[in-house]
Write a protein that binds this ligand. Structure first.
Ligand code: FAD
Ligand code: SIN
Length: 518
């Protein structure tokens, strides 16, 4: 198959780019491959909203920039922060034009929420299901454009680069497309394209306990790493402070930070409000600080969770803004009006990823990346809440603008078909599941909120054993989605551990006991 633009992923990043480029060139073909149903993505579950300076009377670009830089703990790229924040209102305007709805207040202005690390109310939202609404609007627009083809249940296995092509210098980094598997038939085919956009999202599933859905297995980061793209800042995993605690460890439901912005407070098992002891911003300190504080409380008490207390809040206002959270808690027999919500930190967001410049170019020619799979320099050591939907919108636009002005001729290369000679249908599914659980346990136990060099090195040793077993399985077996995902998660786990060991100073979301200054 040949396409003008190949997009891997149908979340906010992939869809925004696809819609823009397809609107601009009705004669060019955009193919989106996506490994689950077309709407399944981290985007779909985003709750809080999009951080944008809309209320210019009280807020300003300067304040949003300052908040982002403070959260990033000195490691943000200031130029990038400025560019993203300044572009926010224009990108938001486009979302509205595509039909996304955001809540308004009685005065007819956007109802803006507040989240940790923000000095002003600036989170535009659609109740507590903002991501669902954005995904809906973007998919509706994409379906109106006949030059976009969305291929659901199609899994991108690997990027095609020079090392696949006879006669090409493998050190000359260039991408020509991807090997893709139709998950319904098992057929593996090549999609050739001059411009490839990785928009494959996050890595949450590498940790067992996460707010991310099952698609978040870091495939894009792993593929780019195999293709020798530069990957950075993988040590900065953001743990969200308030995932709903589930004794079985299965729930990944998020209690939005906007709930704390609405006035909810955190209490330990004794009912004590502990956050003011850690930071003057209390519950609205940035996420890294709140998660580390909860972790400390849990270690001191031996408890499994802390509580989020909403019982003092205006319940009519709460229900209007957070109906989904209210209902979900009820399903767990928690009535927010009278009960405290048991919460615990969970892996939520990858601040690092595939390194890109300000127009979304990776270190591989023809390969662009956008959204959560990237490291743009916006987040530094810790992402400011609700800055990621914004980042995806802005970078999708920048990549679109750049490609709209670039030569789009598909390169004349002879890509070999996928070769699975000598492989057999895997009989060892149980091995894949077992190894997945082991990887998740290693990451949770040795590479969590608080790390140490000893724990990181132990993690590497355990991972080596699993990795060699999985590589053998991969060489012998006919490809399956679960096996590819496991292999990708192992690559991501290695990157997180290696880059953690390289960081000798604690910053933002990275905290290593061996780096504490004596
Ligand atoms: P995604 O939306 O995750 O999309 C990735 C796509 O790639 C999916 O379609 C997936 O199926 C596909 N894919 C992955 N691998 C492959 C493969 N191998 N082959 C084919 N397809 C593949 N951010 C905010 O700014 N504000 C919020 O309020 C907010 N709330 C959040 C709440 C939750 C519960 C979660 C999990 C995240 C939240 N975030 C929020 C973060 C934000 O939602 C994500 O960072 C953002 O949506 C990522 O968008 P994306 O397009 O990069 O990736
Ligand atoms: C939330 O609603 O707490 C999530 C916001 C985010 O991850 O940016």
């Amino acid at each position: 198959m040949i396409s003008d633009y190949l997009v891997i992923g149908s979340g906010v990043a992939g869809l925004t780019f696809a819609v823009k480029i397809a609107e601009k060139f009705s004669d060019r073909k955009v193919v989106i491959v996506t490994k689950a149903s077309e709407d399944e993505s981290n985007t779909k579950y985003a709750q809080g909203g999009v951080a944008i300076v809309l209320n210019k009377e009280e807020d300003s670009f300067k304040k949003h920039i300052k908040d982002t830089l403070i959260a990033g703990d000195g490691l943000c790229n200031k130029e990038v922060v400025k560019m993203v924040v300044n572009e926010g209102p224009d990108r938001f305007e486009e979302l509205l034009l595509w039909g996304a709805n955001f809540d308004a207040n009685d005065a007819g202005k956007f109802d803006l929420g507040k989240e940790g690390g923000h000095s002003e109310y600036r989170i535009a939202h659609h109740k507590d299901i903002t991501g669902f609404e954005i995904e809906r609007a973007l998919l509706t627009r994409a379906h109106q454009l006949p030059n976009i083809s969305i291929l659901p249940h199609h899994f991108a296995i690997d990027l095609v680069t020079n090392h696949h092509i006879e006669g090409k210098d493998p050190d000359d980094l260039c991408c020509y497309g991807a090997y893709v598997m139709n998950q319904n038939t098992g057929e593996i085919f090549t999609i050739k394209s001059n411009s490839i956009l990785l928009a494959s999202g996050g890595i949450g599933r590498v940790y067992g306990h996460t707010t991310n859905p099952v698609i978040a297995t870091g495939d894009g980061v792993a593929m780019a790493h195999r293709a020798k793209a530069r990957i950075r800042d993988m040590e900065f995993i953001q743990f969200h402070p308030t995932a709903l605690y589930d004794a079985k460890g299965e729930s990944s439901f998020l209690i939005s930070e906007a709930v704390r912005g609405f006035g909810a407070i955190l209490r330990n098992g004794k009912g004590y409000r502990f956050m003011p002891d850690y930071d003057e911003r209390a519950e609205l300190a940035s996420r890294d600080i709140v998660s580390q504080s909860i972790d400390n409380e849990l270690k001191k008490s031996g408890d499994s969770h802390v509580y989020l207390d909403c019982t003092h809040l205006d319940m009519d206002g709460f229900m209007a803004h957070f109906p989904n959270i209210y209902e979900k808690c009820l399903e767990h027999h928690i009535d927010i009006k009278t009960d405290w919500i048991p919460v615990v930190p969970a892996c939520h967001y990858l601040c690092g990823g595939v390194d890109v410049d300000m127009i979304g170019k990776t270190t591989i020619d023809n390969l662009y990346a956008c959204g959560e799979c990237t490291r743009t320099g916006l987040h530094g050591a810790n992402r400011l809440a609700s800055n990621s939907l914004l980042e995806a919108l802005v970078y999708a636009h920048n990549i679109y603008k750049h490609l709209a002005e670039s030569d789009n001729t598909v390169k004349d290369v002879n890509i070999p078909d996928w070769n699975d000679d000598g492989t057999v249908i895997p009989k060892e599914h149980v091995l894949v599941q077992h190894n997945l659980k082991q990887v998740q346990a290693i990451m949770r136990d040795y590479v969590g909120i608080v790390r140490s060099n000893k724990r990181l090195k132990s993690a590497l040793k355990h991972l080596d054993v699993i990795s060699s077993e999985v590589e053998d399985l991969y060489k012998e077996s006919r490809i399956s989605t679960t096996l590819c995902e496991l292999r990708n998660m192992i690559s991501v786990a290695y990157l997180i551990i290696w880059q953690s060991l390289e960081r000798t100073e604690n910053k933002g979301g990275y905290y290593n006991l061996d780096n504490i200054k004596k």
